[in-house]
Ligand binder design. Sequence first.
Ligand code: ADP
Length: 511
Amino acid sequence: MPAKPLKILQVAPEIAPYAKVGGLADVVGALTREFSEAGHDVRSMVPRYGFLQQDDTWEARDEPLAVHLGGGKTEFARVWRMPYRDSPGGVYWLEYDRYFHRHEIYTGPWGSHADNHERFAFLSRAAIDYCHQEQWYPDVIHCHDWTTGFVPVYLNSTEFGTPVAHAATVFTIHNLQHQGLFGRETLDFAGLPQSLFRPDCLESVGLVNMMKAGLYNSTKLTTVSQTYAHEIQQPELGCGLNHVLKFRAADLIGVVNGIDVKEWNPATDKLIPATFTADDLSGKAVCKAELQKAFGLEEAPGVPIFSAVARLFDQKGLDLLAGIVPWLMDSMNIQIVLLGAGDPGLENAFRDLAAKYPGRVGAFIGYNHKLSHLVEAGSDCFVMPSRFEPCGLNQMYSMAYGTLPIVRSTGGLVDTVEQYVEKRGTGTGFRFEHATGEALYYTMGWACSTYYDRPDEFRKLQHNAMTRDLSWKASAAVYGDVYRWAVEARLRGLGIQTGQSLSRAPFKVAG
Ligand code: ADP
Protein backbone atom coordinates (compact mmCIF):
# COMPACT_ATOMS: atom_id res chain seq x y z
CA MET A 1 0.00 0.00 0.00
CA PRO A 2 1.27 3.50 -0.73
CA ALA A 3 2.54 5.37 2.29
CA LYS A 4 0.30 8.37 1.69
CA PRO A 5 -3.47 8.10 1.30
CA LEU A 6 -4.51 8.60 -2.29
CA LYS A 7 -7.62 9.93 -3.92
CA ILE A 8 -8.71 7.17 -6.25
CA LEU A 9 -11.50 7.41 -8.79
CA GLN A 10 -12.56 4.17 -10.36
CA VAL A 11 -14.63 4.35 -13.51
CA ALA A 12 -16.31 1.10 -14.43
CA PRO A 13 -19.36 -0.42 -16.12
CA GLU A 14 -19.91 -2.95 -13.30
CA ILE A 15 -19.51 -3.36 -9.56
CA ALA A 16 -20.32 -6.51 -7.61
CA PRO A 17 -22.77 -7.55 -6.41
CA TYR A 18 -25.12 -4.84 -7.69
CA ALA A 19 -24.27 -4.68 -11.39
CA LYS A 20 -22.35 -7.73 -12.46
CA VAL A 21 -21.75 -9.61 -15.66
CA GLY A 22 -18.36 -11.13 -14.89
CA GLY A 23 -15.15 -10.95 -12.92
CA LEU A 24 -14.62 -7.24 -13.71
CA ALA A 25 -17.38 -6.41 -11.23
CA ASP A 26 -15.63 -8.36 -8.48
CA VAL A 27 -12.35 -6.55 -9.07
CA VAL A 28 -13.95 -3.10 -8.95
CA GLY A 29 -15.77 -3.99 -5.75
CA ALA A 30 -12.74 -5.54 -4.09
CA LEU A 31 -10.52 -2.55 -4.86
CA THR A 32 -13.18 -0.17 -3.55
CA ARG A 33 -13.27 -2.08 -0.31
CA GLU A 34 -9.54 -2.82 0.10
CA PHE A 35 -8.29 0.69 -0.65
CA SER A 36 -10.96 2.52 1.32
CA GLU A 37 -10.38 0.27 4.33
CA ALA A 38 -6.68 1.08 4.05
CA GLY A 39 -7.51 4.77 4.44
CA HIS A 40 -7.64 5.99 0.83
CA ASP A 41 -10.46 8.12 -0.54
CA VAL A 42 -12.06 5.78 -3.07
CA ARG A 43 -14.99 6.70 -5.28
CA SER A 44 -16.22 4.25 -7.87
CA MET A 45 -18.41 5.66 -10.61
CA VAL A 46 -20.76 3.18 -12.28
CA PRO A 47 -23.91 3.83 -14.33
CA ARG A 48 -27.22 3.60 -12.55
CA TYR A 49 -28.93 0.82 -14.48
CA GLY A 50 -32.64 0.16 -14.54
CA PHE A 51 -32.39 -2.99 -12.44
CA LEU A 52 -30.74 -1.35 -9.42
CA GLN A 53 -32.77 -1.01 -6.26
CA GLN A 54 -32.39 2.35 -4.60
CA ASP A 55 -32.52 2.39 -0.80
CA ASP A 56 -32.22 5.00 1.91
CA THR A 57 -28.42 4.79 1.94
CA TRP A 58 -28.38 6.57 -1.42
CA GLU A 59 -27.76 10.32 -1.39
CA ALA A 60 -27.82 12.65 -4.36
CA ARG A 61 -26.29 16.07 -4.66
CA ASP A 62 -29.02 18.66 -5.28
CA GLU A 63 -27.13 20.23 -8.13
CA PRO A 64 -27.19 18.15 -11.31
CA LEU A 65 -23.97 17.14 -13.01
CA ALA A 66 -23.35 18.99 -16.28
CA VAL A 67 -21.79 16.61 -18.78
CA HIS A 68 -20.01 18.43 -21.60
CA LEU A 69 -20.24 16.58 -24.88
CA GLY A 70 -19.16 17.43 -28.42
CA GLY A 71 -20.64 20.27 -30.46
CA GLY A 72 -21.03 22.39 -27.32
CA LYS A 73 -23.82 20.14 -26.08
CA THR A 74 -24.43 19.85 -22.35
CA GLU A 75 -26.54 17.09 -20.79
CA PHE A 76 -27.56 16.94 -17.17
CA ALA A 77 -27.04 13.80 -15.11
CA ARG A 78 -27.30 13.03 -11.42
CA VAL A 79 -24.79 11.30 -9.18
CA TRP A 80 -25.98 9.23 -6.22
CA ARG A 81 -23.51 8.22 -3.54
CA MET A 82 -24.02 4.88 -1.84
CA PRO A 83 -21.66 3.46 0.80
CA TYR A 84 -20.02 0.38 -0.62
CA ARG A 85 -21.16 -2.52 1.53
CA ASP A 86 -19.59 -2.13 4.96
CA SER A 87 -16.54 -0.18 3.79
CA PRO A 88 -15.82 3.57 3.93
CA GLY A 89 -15.62 3.69 0.10
CA GLY A 90 -18.49 4.82 -2.04
CA VAL A 91 -20.25 3.84 -5.23
CA TYR A 92 -21.21 6.90 -7.26
CA TRP A 93 -24.12 5.85 -9.41
CA LEU A 94 -24.33 7.94 -12.56
CA GLU A 95 -27.99 8.48 -13.35
CA TYR A 96 -28.86 9.34 -16.91
CA ASP A 97 -31.93 7.40 -17.89
CA ARG A 98 -31.75 7.75 -21.65
CA TYR A 99 -28.57 5.67 -21.65
CA PHE A 100 -28.68 3.60 -18.53
CA HIS A 101 -32.24 2.91 -17.45
CA ARG A 102 -32.15 -0.54 -19.02
CA HIS A 103 -32.26 -4.08 -17.79
CA GLU A 104 -28.99 -5.15 -19.34
CA ILE A 105 -25.54 -3.61 -19.09
CA TYR A 106 -24.13 -4.21 -22.57
CA THR A 107 -26.59 -6.22 -24.60
CA GLY A 108 -30.31 -6.32 -24.98
CA PRO A 109 -32.45 -9.06 -26.46
CA TRP A 110 -31.25 -8.08 -29.93
CA GLY A 111 -27.51 -7.99 -29.22
CA SER A 112 -25.28 -5.11 -28.15
CA HIS A 113 -27.12 -1.87 -27.45
CA ALA A 114 -26.82 0.16 -30.66
CA ASP A 115 -25.79 3.28 -28.75
CA ASN A 116 -23.04 1.70 -26.65
CA HIS A 117 -20.49 4.16 -28.05
CA GLU A 118 -22.56 7.07 -26.78
CA ARG A 119 -23.39 5.39 -23.47
CA PHE A 120 -19.83 4.69 -22.48
CA ALA A 121 -18.30 7.85 -23.93
CA PHE A 122 -20.88 9.56 -21.74
CA LEU A 123 -19.71 7.60 -18.67
CA SER A 124 -16.08 8.61 -19.30
CA ARG A 125 -16.95 12.24 -19.89
CA ALA A 126 -19.22 12.37 -16.83
CA ALA A 127 -16.47 10.98 -14.59
CA ILE A 128 -14.21 13.86 -15.58
CA ASP A 129 -16.94 16.48 -15.29
CA TYR A 130 -17.71 15.12 -11.83
CA CYS A 131 -14.12 15.87 -10.74
CA HIS A 132 -14.31 19.39 -12.18
CA GLN A 133 -17.65 20.09 -10.57
CA GLU A 134 -16.66 18.74 -7.14
CA GLN A 135 -13.17 20.19 -7.42
CA TRP A 136 -12.08 16.78 -6.26
CA TYR A 137 -8.92 15.91 -8.12
CA PRO A 138 -7.93 12.27 -7.93
CA ASP A 139 -4.32 11.14 -7.85
CA VAL A 140 -5.26 8.07 -9.82
CA ILE A 141 -8.13 7.28 -12.14
CA HIS A 142 -8.49 3.55 -12.51
CA CYS A 143 -10.33 2.56 -15.67
CA HIS A 144 -11.70 -0.86 -16.51
CA ASP A 145 -11.91 -2.27 -20.04
CA TRP A 146 -13.01 -0.60 -23.27
CA THR A 147 -16.06 1.14 -21.83
CA THR A 148 -13.76 3.55 -19.98
CA GLY A 149 -11.07 3.89 -22.64
CA PHE A 150 -11.84 7.56 -23.36
CA VAL A 151 -10.98 8.73 -19.83
CA PRO A 152 -7.20 8.81 -20.38
CA VAL A 153 -7.72 10.28 -23.85
CA TYR A 154 -9.59 13.25 -22.37
CA LEU A 155 -6.84 13.78 -19.81
CA ASN A 156 -4.21 13.85 -22.56
CA SER A 157 -6.17 16.06 -24.95
CA THR A 158 -9.12 18.29 -24.10
CA GLU A 159 -8.44 18.36 -20.35
CA PHE A 160 -4.70 18.81 -20.62
CA GLY A 161 -3.58 21.67 -18.40
CA THR A 162 -6.58 21.43 -16.05
CA PRO A 163 -6.12 20.13 -12.49
CA VAL A 164 -7.86 16.85 -13.26
CA ALA A 165 -5.18 16.07 -15.86
CA HIS A 166 -2.63 15.68 -13.05
CA ALA A 167 -4.26 12.34 -12.38
CA ALA A 168 -2.36 9.25 -13.36
CA THR A 169 -4.43 6.72 -15.24
CA VAL A 170 -4.31 2.98 -14.66
CA PHE A 171 -6.17 0.94 -17.22
CA THR A 172 -7.02 -2.68 -16.46
CA ILE A 173 -7.65 -5.18 -19.22
CA HIS A 174 -10.14 -7.75 -17.99
CA ASN A 175 -10.85 -9.26 -21.37
CA LEU A 176 -9.12 -8.11 -24.54
CA GLN A 177 -11.69 -9.79 -26.75
CA HIS A 178 -14.24 -6.99 -26.32
CA GLN A 179 -12.73 -3.78 -27.65
CA GLY A 180 -15.56 -1.34 -28.43
CA LEU A 181 -15.15 -0.58 -32.15
CA PHE A 182 -17.27 2.25 -33.50
CA GLY A 183 -17.45 4.80 -36.31
CA ARG A 184 -15.34 7.93 -36.11
CA GLU A 185 -18.40 10.09 -35.46
CA THR A 186 -18.01 8.77 -31.89
CA LEU A 187 -15.25 11.36 -31.45
CA ASP A 188 -17.61 14.19 -32.44
CA PHE A 189 -20.18 12.95 -29.98
CA ALA A 190 -17.57 12.70 -27.21
CA GLY A 191 -16.08 16.11 -27.95
CA LEU A 192 -12.69 14.66 -28.84
CA PRO A 193 -10.73 16.07 -31.79
CA GLN A 194 -10.67 14.12 -35.05
CA SER A 195 -6.87 14.56 -35.01
CA LEU A 196 -6.79 11.68 -32.50
CA PHE A 197 -8.05 9.31 -35.17
CA ARG A 198 -4.57 7.90 -35.72
CA PRO A 199 -3.07 4.43 -35.36
CA ASP A 200 -0.84 5.64 -32.52
CA CYS A 201 -3.86 6.74 -30.51
CA LEU A 202 -7.28 5.20 -30.94
CA GLU A 203 -7.81 4.23 -34.56
CA SER A 204 -7.71 0.66 -35.73
CA VAL A 205 -8.99 -0.89 -38.96
CA GLY A 206 -10.65 2.40 -39.87
CA LEU A 207 -12.69 2.56 -36.68
CA VAL A 208 -12.45 4.11 -33.26
CA ASN A 209 -11.21 1.41 -30.90
CA MET A 210 -12.02 2.35 -27.31
CA MET A 211 -9.82 -0.40 -25.87
CA LYS A 212 -6.88 0.79 -27.91
CA ALA A 213 -7.59 4.35 -26.73
CA GLY A 214 -7.08 3.15 -23.18
CA LEU A 215 -3.99 1.13 -24.01
CA TYR A 216 -2.21 4.00 -25.75
CA ASN A 217 -3.18 6.82 -23.44
CA SER A 218 -3.01 5.45 -19.90
CA THR A 219 -0.04 5.95 -17.63
CA LYS A 220 0.12 2.29 -16.64
CA LEU A 221 -1.66 -0.82 -17.79
CA THR A 222 -2.55 -3.87 -15.82
CA THR A 223 -4.22 -7.11 -16.60
CA VAL A 224 -5.56 -9.77 -14.33
CA SER A 225 -2.76 -12.35 -14.38
CA GLN A 226 0.89 -12.49 -15.30
CA THR A 227 0.39 -15.25 -17.82
CA TYR A 228 -2.38 -13.32 -19.60
CA ALA A 229 -0.10 -10.23 -19.62
CA HIS A 230 2.36 -12.31 -21.59
CA GLU A 231 -0.23 -14.05 -23.79
CA ILE A 232 -1.87 -10.85 -25.03
CA GLN A 233 1.45 -9.72 -26.47
CA GLN A 234 1.33 -12.71 -28.83
CA PRO A 235 -0.76 -12.86 -32.01
CA GLU A 236 -2.84 -15.86 -30.82
CA LEU A 237 -4.46 -14.06 -27.89
CA GLY A 238 -3.58 -10.47 -28.75
CA CYS A 239 -6.90 -9.91 -30.56
CA GLY A 240 -5.17 -7.64 -33.07
CA LEU A 241 -3.70 -5.41 -30.36
CA ASN A 242 -0.65 -7.54 -29.51
CA HIS A 243 1.67 -5.04 -31.20
CA VAL A 244 0.26 -2.22 -29.05
CA LEU A 245 0.76 -4.30 -25.92
CA LYS A 246 4.30 -5.22 -26.93
CA PHE A 247 5.00 -1.56 -27.48
CA ARG A 248 3.76 -0.82 -23.96
CA ALA A 249 5.18 -3.95 -22.38
CA ALA A 250 7.31 -2.07 -19.86
CA ASP A 251 4.17 -0.44 -18.46
CA LEU A 252 2.03 -3.58 -18.44
CA ILE A 253 1.77 -5.44 -15.16
CA GLY A 254 -0.07 -8.68 -14.47
CA VAL A 255 -1.85 -8.64 -11.11
CA VAL A 256 -3.81 -11.75 -10.38
CA ASN A 257 -7.24 -11.20 -8.85
CA GLY A 258 -8.03 -12.25 -5.32
CA ILE A 259 -11.42 -13.44 -4.15
CA ASP A 260 -13.80 -11.96 -1.64
CA VAL A 261 -12.97 -14.24 1.28
CA LYS A 262 -15.85 -12.86 3.30
CA GLU A 263 -18.32 -14.10 0.74
CA TRP A 264 -16.51 -17.23 -0.41
CA ASN A 265 -15.61 -18.89 2.86
CA PRO A 266 -16.90 -22.43 3.53
CA ALA A 267 -16.50 -21.89 7.29
CA THR A 268 -19.01 -19.02 7.39
CA ASP A 269 -21.02 -19.26 4.15
CA LYS A 270 -24.72 -18.72 4.84
CA LEU A 271 -25.80 -19.84 1.39
CA ILE A 272 -24.84 -23.48 1.91
CA PRO A 273 -26.58 -26.08 4.11
CA ALA A 274 -23.52 -26.90 6.24
CA THR A 275 -20.20 -25.16 6.78
CA PHE A 276 -16.82 -26.86 6.82
CA THR A 277 -13.08 -26.25 7.08
CA ALA A 278 -9.85 -27.68 5.68
CA ASP A 279 -9.51 -29.89 8.76
CA ASP A 280 -13.09 -31.06 8.96
CA LEU A 281 -14.89 -31.79 5.71
CA SER A 282 -17.98 -33.37 7.27
CA GLY A 283 -20.10 -30.36 6.27
CA LYS A 284 -18.96 -30.79 2.67
CA ALA A 285 -20.63 -34.20 2.59
CA VAL A 286 -23.90 -32.56 3.67
CA CYS A 287 -23.51 -30.03 0.83
CA LYS A 288 -22.83 -32.86 -1.61
CA ALA A 289 -26.05 -34.65 -0.67
CA GLU A 290 -27.98 -31.40 -1.04
CA LEU A 291 -26.37 -30.72 -4.41
CA GLN A 292 -27.29 -34.19 -5.66
CA LYS A 293 -30.87 -33.56 -4.56
CA ALA A 294 -30.99 -30.11 -6.17
CA PHE A 295 -29.81 -31.46 -9.53
CA GLY A 296 -31.84 -34.69 -9.45
CA LEU A 297 -28.75 -36.88 -9.16
CA GLU A 298 -28.53 -40.25 -7.41
CA GLU A 299 -27.66 -39.66 -3.78
CA ALA A 300 -24.34 -41.48 -3.82
CA PRO A 301 -21.84 -40.03 -1.34
CA GLY A 302 -18.94 -42.06 -2.78
CA VAL A 303 -19.33 -40.96 -6.42
CA PRO A 304 -17.29 -37.90 -7.37
CA ILE A 305 -19.16 -34.87 -8.74
CA PHE A 306 -17.49 -32.88 -11.51
CA SER A 307 -19.12 -29.48 -11.91
CA ALA A 308 -18.96 -26.34 -14.00
CA VAL A 309 -20.40 -22.86 -13.42
CA ALA A 310 -19.92 -20.46 -16.30
CA ARG A 311 -21.25 -18.23 -18.98
CA LEU A 312 -21.79 -20.66 -21.83
CA PHE A 313 -19.64 -19.04 -24.48
CA ASP A 314 -16.84 -20.21 -26.69
CA GLN A 315 -14.19 -18.78 -24.33
CA LYS A 316 -15.14 -21.13 -21.53
CA GLY A 317 -14.67 -24.29 -23.64
CA LEU A 318 -17.66 -26.09 -22.17
CA ASP A 319 -18.55 -27.40 -25.61
CA LEU A 320 -15.53 -29.66 -25.02
CA LEU A 321 -17.17 -31.02 -21.90
CA ALA A 322 -20.54 -31.46 -23.60
CA GLY A 323 -18.82 -33.37 -26.42
CA ILE A 324 -17.21 -35.96 -24.12
CA VAL A 325 -20.06 -36.58 -21.68
CA PRO A 326 -21.18 -39.83 -23.42
CA TRP A 327 -17.59 -41.10 -23.36
CA LEU A 328 -17.25 -40.14 -19.66
CA MET A 329 -20.55 -41.82 -18.80
CA ASP A 330 -19.43 -45.04 -20.47
CA SER A 331 -16.07 -45.26 -18.79
CA MET A 332 -16.16 -43.54 -15.39
CA ASN A 333 -18.40 -43.71 -12.35
CA ILE A 334 -18.86 -39.97 -11.93
CA GLN A 335 -21.64 -37.40 -11.84
CA ILE A 336 -21.71 -34.11 -13.74
CA VAL A 337 -23.35 -30.84 -12.77
CA LEU A 338 -23.64 -27.76 -14.97
CA LEU A 339 -24.87 -24.31 -13.96
CA GLY A 340 -24.74 -21.81 -16.78
CA ALA A 341 -26.46 -19.76 -19.42
CA GLY A 342 -25.46 -18.28 -22.74
CA ASP A 343 -25.20 -19.85 -26.16
CA PRO A 344 -28.63 -21.45 -26.83
CA GLY A 345 -27.05 -24.38 -28.70
CA LEU A 346 -24.90 -25.24 -25.72
CA GLU A 347 -27.76 -24.71 -23.29
CA ASN A 348 -29.76 -27.27 -25.27
CA ALA A 349 -26.83 -29.67 -25.45
CA PHE A 350 -26.61 -29.78 -21.65
CA ARG A 351 -30.40 -30.05 -21.29
CA ASP A 352 -30.30 -33.03 -23.66
CA LEU A 353 -27.44 -34.67 -21.77
CA ALA A 354 -29.28 -34.30 -18.47
CA ALA A 355 -32.32 -35.97 -20.08
CA LYS A 356 -30.20 -38.73 -21.59
CA TYR A 357 -28.35 -39.57 -18.36
CA PRO A 358 -30.89 -39.06 -15.59
CA GLY A 359 -29.41 -39.30 -12.11
CA ARG A 360 -25.89 -38.89 -13.45
CA VAL A 361 -25.92 -35.55 -15.28
CA GLY A 362 -27.74 -32.48 -13.98
CA ALA A 363 -28.08 -29.09 -15.64
CA PHE A 364 -29.56 -25.82 -14.44
CA ILE A 365 -29.77 -23.33 -17.27
CA GLY A 366 -29.82 -19.81 -15.89
CA TYR A 367 -27.97 -17.54 -13.52
CA ASN A 368 -28.33 -18.43 -9.87
CA HIS A 369 -25.95 -17.00 -7.31
CA LYS A 370 -27.07 -19.12 -4.36
CA LEU A 371 -26.88 -22.29 -6.39
CA SER A 372 -23.34 -21.40 -7.49
CA HIS A 373 -22.28 -21.52 -3.82
CA LEU A 374 -23.88 -24.95 -3.41
CA VAL A 375 -22.18 -26.24 -6.56
CA GLU A 376 -18.77 -25.06 -5.34
CA ALA A 377 -19.35 -26.50 -1.88
CA GLY A 378 -20.86 -29.85 -2.82
CA SER A 379 -18.66 -30.88 -5.76
CA ASP A 380 -15.40 -32.80 -5.71
CA CYS A 381 -13.87 -31.38 -8.89
CA PHE A 382 -14.53 -28.25 -10.95
CA VAL A 383 -14.03 -28.18 -14.71
CA MET A 384 -12.67 -25.09 -16.54
CA PRO A 385 -11.48 -26.01 -20.04
CA SER A 386 -11.19 -22.34 -21.07
CA ARG A 387 -9.76 -21.47 -24.47
CA PHE A 388 -8.46 -18.33 -22.81
CA GLU A 389 -8.95 -17.05 -19.31
CA PRO A 390 -7.58 -13.63 -18.28
CA CYS A 391 -7.82 -14.60 -14.62
CA GLY A 392 -10.89 -16.62 -13.75
CA LEU A 393 -12.53 -16.61 -10.35
CA ASN A 394 -14.30 -19.92 -10.21
CA GLN A 395 -11.13 -21.97 -9.95
CA MET A 396 -10.26 -19.93 -6.85
CA TYR A 397 -13.73 -20.29 -5.32
CA SER A 398 -13.38 -24.02 -5.97
CA MET A 399 -10.04 -24.23 -4.20
CA ALA A 400 -11.42 -22.35 -1.21
CA TYR A 401 -14.18 -25.00 -0.96
CA GLY A 402 -11.87 -27.99 -1.41
CA THR A 403 -13.24 -28.66 -4.89
CA LEU A 404 -10.23 -29.46 -7.05
CA PRO A 405 -10.06 -27.47 -10.28
CA ILE A 406 -9.38 -29.18 -13.60
CA VAL A 407 -8.17 -26.38 -15.83
CA ARG A 408 -6.61 -25.73 -19.17
CA SER A 409 -3.14 -24.15 -18.86
CA THR A 410 -4.01 -20.64 -19.96
CA GLY A 411 -3.96 -17.16 -18.40
CA GLY A 412 -4.79 -16.89 -14.74
CA LEU A 413 -5.50 -20.60 -14.51
CA VAL A 414 -1.74 -21.20 -14.78
CA ASP A 415 -0.97 -18.59 -12.14
CA THR A 416 -3.49 -19.81 -9.59
CA VAL A 417 -3.76 -23.61 -9.95
CA GLU A 418 -0.68 -25.58 -8.99
CA GLN A 419 -0.29 -28.83 -10.86
CA TYR A 420 -0.73 -32.04 -8.86
CA VAL A 421 2.42 -34.15 -8.59
CA GLU A 422 1.62 -37.79 -7.87
CA LYS A 423 3.18 -39.48 -4.84
CA ARG A 424 4.43 -36.15 -3.53
CA GLY A 425 0.85 -34.98 -2.98
CA THR A 426 1.74 -31.42 -3.92
CA GLY A 427 -0.46 -29.10 -5.97
CA THR A 428 -4.00 -27.79 -5.83
CA GLY A 429 -5.55 -29.18 -9.00
CA PHE A 430 -5.12 -30.72 -12.45
CA ARG A 431 -3.93 -28.84 -15.54
CA PHE A 432 -3.83 -29.76 -19.21
CA GLU A 433 -2.37 -28.06 -22.27
CA HIS A 434 -4.55 -28.52 -25.31
CA ALA A 435 -8.09 -27.25 -25.79
CA THR A 436 -9.42 -30.59 -26.97
CA GLY A 437 -12.05 -32.97 -25.69
CA GLU A 438 -9.44 -35.68 -25.51
CA ALA A 439 -7.10 -33.70 -23.25
CA LEU A 440 -10.03 -32.83 -21.01
CA TYR A 441 -11.20 -36.45 -20.94
CA TYR A 442 -7.82 -37.81 -19.84
CA THR A 443 -7.37 -35.11 -17.21
CA MET A 444 -10.82 -35.82 -15.77
CA GLY A 445 -9.80 -39.48 -15.79
CA TRP A 446 -6.65 -38.57 -13.86
CA ALA A 447 -8.72 -36.70 -11.27
CA CYS A 448 -11.21 -39.59 -11.12
CA SER A 449 -8.46 -42.17 -10.51
CA THR A 450 -6.93 -39.94 -7.85
CA TYR A 451 -10.33 -39.78 -6.14
CA TYR A 452 -10.87 -43.54 -6.16
CA ASP A 453 -7.32 -44.96 -6.05
CA ARG A 454 -5.35 -42.38 -4.06
CA PRO A 455 -7.91 -40.93 -1.66
CA ASP A 456 -5.22 -39.75 0.77
CA GLU A 457 -3.58 -37.72 -1.95
CA PHE A 458 -6.95 -36.34 -3.08
CA ARG A 459 -7.55 -35.26 0.51
CA LYS A 460 -4.06 -33.74 0.68
CA LEU A 461 -4.75 -31.67 -2.47
CA GLN A 462 -8.01 -30.46 -0.95
CA HIS A 463 -6.12 -29.36 2.12
CA ASN A 464 -3.47 -27.61 0.02
CA ALA A 465 -6.17 -25.82 -1.98
CA MET A 466 -8.20 -24.75 1.03
CA THR A 467 -5.26 -23.33 2.93
CA ARG A 468 -3.96 -21.19 0.06
CA ASP A 469 -4.16 -17.44 0.63
CA LEU A 470 -6.60 -16.40 -2.10
CA SER A 471 -7.56 -13.09 -0.52
CA TRP A 472 -7.14 -9.66 -2.08
CA LYS A 473 -4.43 -8.64 0.37
CA ALA A 474 -1.39 -9.54 -1.77
CA SER A 475 -2.95 -8.30 -5.02
CA ALA A 476 -4.15 -5.05 -3.47
CA ALA A 477 -0.60 -4.41 -2.30
CA VAL A 478 0.61 -4.76 -5.89
CA TYR A 479 -2.13 -2.40 -7.13
CA GLY A 480 -0.94 0.03 -4.45
CA ASP A 481 2.55 -0.12 -5.94
CA VAL A 482 1.16 0.33 -9.43
CA TYR A 483 -0.85 3.37 -8.33
CA ARG A 484 2.20 4.96 -6.78
CA TRP A 485 4.34 4.09 -9.72
CA ALA A 486 1.72 5.58 -12.07
CA VAL A 487 1.45 8.80 -10.04
CA GLU A 488 5.20 9.31 -10.13
CA ALA A 489 5.35 8.57 -13.86
CA ARG A 490 2.47 10.93 -14.63
CA LEU A 491 3.95 13.80 -12.68
CA ARG A 492 7.35 13.21 -14.19
CA GLY A 493 5.72 13.22 -17.63
CA LEU A 494 4.15 16.57 -16.82
CA GLY A 495 7.55 17.92 -15.80
CA ILE A 496 6.73 17.91 -12.10
CA GLN A 497 9.57 16.70 -9.91
CA THR A 498 8.46 14.25 -7.29
CA GLY A 499 11.83 13.16 -5.93
CA GLN A 500 11.82 9.86 -4.08
CA SER A 501 8.62 10.39 -2.26
CA LEU A 502 5.14 11.50 -3.15
CA SER A 503 5.08 13.65 -0.06
CA ARG A 504 7.29 16.12 -1.91
CA ALA A 505 4.98 16.40 -4.87
CA PRO A 506 3.92 20.02 -5.44
CA PHE A 507 0.24 19.21 -5.18
CA LYS A 508 -1.65 17.85 -2.29
CA VAL A 509 -1.66 14.07 -2.53
CA ALA A 510 -4.18 13.30 0.13
CA GLY A 511 -7.30 14.93 1.44
P1 ADP B 1 -15.98 -14.39 -16.39
O1 ADP B 1 -15.69 -13.08 -15.72
O2 ADP B 1 -15.22 -14.60 -17.66
O3 ADP B 1 -17.44 -14.70 -16.54
P2 ADP B 1 -14.96 -15.57 -13.97
O4 ADP B 1 -14.68 -16.98 -13.56
O5 ADP B 1 -13.85 -14.58 -13.75
O6 ADP B 1 -15.43 -15.57 -15.46
O7 ADP B 1 -16.19 -15.02 -13.14
C1 ADP B 1 -17.45 -15.53 -13.35
C2 ADP B 1 -18.33 -15.13 -12.20
O8 ADP B 1 -19.69 -15.26 -12.57
C3 ADP B 1 -18.14 -16.01 -11.02
O9 ADP B 1 -18.40 -15.27 -9.86
C4 ADP B 1 -19.21 -17.10 -11.25
O10 ADP B 1 -19.57 -17.76 -10.07
C5 ADP B 1 -20.32 -16.30 -11.80
N1 ADP B 1 -21.23 -17.05 -12.68
C6 ADP B 1 -21.08 -17.32 -14.00
N2 ADP B 1 -22.16 -17.98 -14.48
C7 ADP B 1 -23.00 -18.14 -13.45
C8 ADP B 1 -24.31 -18.75 -13.31
N3 ADP B 1 -24.94 -19.32 -14.32
N4 ADP B 1 -24.88 -18.71 -12.09
C9 ADP B 1 -24.25 -18.14 -11.04
N5 ADP B 1 -23.04 -17.55 -11.10
C10 ADP B 1 -22.41 -17.55 -12.29
